[in-house]
Design a protein around this ligand. Structure first.
Ligand SMILES: [Zn+2]
Length: 321
């Protein structure tokens, strides 16, 4: 009896050590264990989710305002292969520079009731073109999804923001494969070979603007819902804004992403989390002039009601026109 218990304890310690040494992974069996060390990963407001256009609730809200997105980001910019993704790090302005009026890009509008400042961005992608994105749109999985992370300005640091339900706003962008190199991603894609190995960082030779990454995107229409970080610690601190328009990426550029290596020295691909249950959460879609039929909707949301009440037959018939 005693030795049985002892071996259970030893096994638990070994499992924990494996987790600590190797961190977390994306295999289905690994993902199921995220909640062991990061309890929030087992919560009821997790991301990503499957977005279904017909089930999203049309709502009349302002467009997203992307302030300073046209300005070159402060340099030097760097990209890092952290073993799970490749992330762009944006330096903060010094207090001297702030006195001179320099400000990092920030966003407001849409579902937000405050300003949110840029923190950084990263990507999720697949080994094949039929997968890679974290969110799905009407069951479509795109080959790449970019997450641009913004911190609510009322919180001083990312760590502090993670403690609050209104801490972060992440803008999510889908990419679809096109024949020719898309210029949009080239400042990042063409430098990926310098961060091929796990834990490597490279300075980018030039800075660029966030707007240059998004040129041509129809930012008018988006989905929004309350969710979480899609990686441990899975903090339920994120207002998601998922744009329905696609950005372009070439096969060659996709291969640049697929050439990166993970912490286990394996190809860093399929770094997307499994879809998470909604648990009664509502997904909203912004009404635009392009879908005026929604204006006739009977639904009026004077205030945000992110988590629906018990779903009734009435709800379903109301949402499903
Ligand atoms: Zn992400």
């Amino acid at each position: 009896m005693y030795s049985e218990r002892l071996s259970t304890v030893v096994f638990a310690i070994l499992a924990l050590k494996v987790c600590l040494v190797f961190g977390w992974g994306y295999r289905a069996s690994d993902q199921r264990r995220w909640a062991v060390l990061h309890p929030a990963c087992g919560g009821r407001q997790q991301s990503p989710i499957a977005i279904a256009a017909r089930q999203a609730i049309p709502i009349s809200i302002p467009a997203m305002e992307l302030i300073g997105y046209q300005n070159p980001l402060p340099g030097p910019l760097s990209i890092t292969n952290n073993g799970h993704s490749v992330a762009l790090t944006i330096p903060k302005y010094s207090s001297e520079e702030e006195k001179k009026g320099f400000r990092l890009p920030y966003i407001f509008g849409g579902p937000l009731d405050n300003e949110y400042e840029i923190e950084g961005l990263h990507f999720h992608w697949g080994d094949k073109n039929n997968r890679g994105s974290e969110h799905t749109l009407d069951d479509m999985r795109l080959p790449l999804e970019m997450h641009v992370i913004h911190r609510n300005k009322k919180y001083k640091s990312l760590a502090e923001a993670l403690q609050h339900p209104d801490g972060l706003c992440v803008l999510a962008f889908f990419y679809q494969v096109v024949e020719f190199d898309a210029k949009l991603l080239s400042p990042i894609a063409r430098n990926l070979s310098s961060v091929e190995s796990f834990n490597s960082t490279a300075q980018l030779p030039h800075t660029f603007s966030l707007a240059s990454l998004l040129s041509g995107l129809d930012a008018e229409r988006f989905y929004t819902y309350k969710g979480s970080l899609t990686t441990p610690p899975c903090a339920e601190a994120v207002t998601w804004v998922v744009f329905s328009d696609y950005l372009p990426i070439s096969v060659y550029q996709m291969d640049n992403f697929r050439g990166l290596l993970s912490n286990l020295n394996l190809p860093l691909v399929d770094n997307f989390r499994q879809l998470q249950p909604l648990f009664g959460r509502r997904v909203f879609v912004r009404i635009t002039s392009k879908n005026p039929k929604f204006k006739k909707t009977k639904l009026h949301y004077s205030k945000w009601d992110w988590v629906g009440h018990k779903k009734t037959d009435n709800d379903i018939s109301d949402f499903d026109e």
